[in-house]
Design a binder for this molecule. Sequence first.
Ligand SMILES: NC(=O)c1ccc[n+]([C@@H]2O[C@H](COP(=O)([O-])OP(=O)(O)OC[C@H]3O[C@@H](n4cnc5c(N)ncnc54)[C@H](OP(=O)(O)O)[C@@H]3O)[C@@H](O)[C@H]2O)c1
Length: 250
Amino acid sequence: MSAHEISGVSVLVTGASRGFGRAITTAFAKAGAEVVGVSRDRIRLEELRVELGPGFAPVVADAVDPVTAGQLIDQYRPTVLVLNAGANPLARPLQRHTWQTFSRNWEVDVKHAFNWTREALLLPLDPGSVVIAMSSGAAVNGSPLSGGYAGAKAAIRFLTRYAADESERAALGIRFISLLPKLTPATDLGSAAVAAYAARDGQDVAAYLEKTGPALTAEQVGRSVLELAVGLANDRDAYLLTAAGLTPLP
Ligand SMILES: NC(=O)c1ccc[n+]([C@@H]2O[C@H](COP(=O)([O-])OP(=O)(O)OC[C@H]3O[C@@H](n4cnc5c(N)ncnc54)[C@H](OP(=O)(O)O)[C@@H]3O)[C@@H](O)[C@H]2O)c1
């Protein structure tokens, strides 16, 4: 797929209502794709529909539900599937977590990535399709105030690589890529985490951000996912994303 060929292509984004998902949806819709956005927030999805016009179809649903994954994959057969939905982890040190709070991102992020990836392989999506799953820089560096978040995001990177192997073994022609963005205050999830890490270091947010360097914007995430979908970056199965851009991971 080249940049101009994205026009008219079917794209499905989970977690489209806010943050990265909203920016990814906007980037594809503005490039002329037909975008389906899934989230539980009817009002925000409706606002996005008004903003983006007829190229955007809102679907109010729980992306973790395996029935939702199966039905929407069958109905839309997306050429580009972006598995972005993720829960906001409780920002506390390990001993202040319960198993329920620790495992939240496994129950939401990993379960959702597993269900949709499985459906993409089973259908299967058409050759030339691409599935981009949102992991995190935390999968490499850890995230000590987020319970099981970093482990969950590492599991998403692994399961995406396993899916890439299965696609290759069965000659399905579906690309599977995981994206590992660096923590940024640009979204609800990121700003809560940045505030927690700043407080832990005894700093205000501005001082903490100065130390951690230029912040990734949601718009950069949208552009980078579009870039990966059209295959402009050299083809690898995982990429780190910082304000400086995409870096392929080994
Ligand atoms: N921000 C960062 O610094 C950062 C860094 C690395 C990775 N990430 C990852 O990037 C992804 C997006 O994060 P964000 O920062 O944009 O967070 P955000 O602003 O909190 O947005 C999260 C999105 O996920 C959706 N979502 C959550 N549970 C859902 C469910 N069960 N069904 C459907 N949608 C669901 C939310 O929609 P509704 O609530 O409307 O359903 C919302 O649209 C997440 O996977 C996150 O872990 C973020």
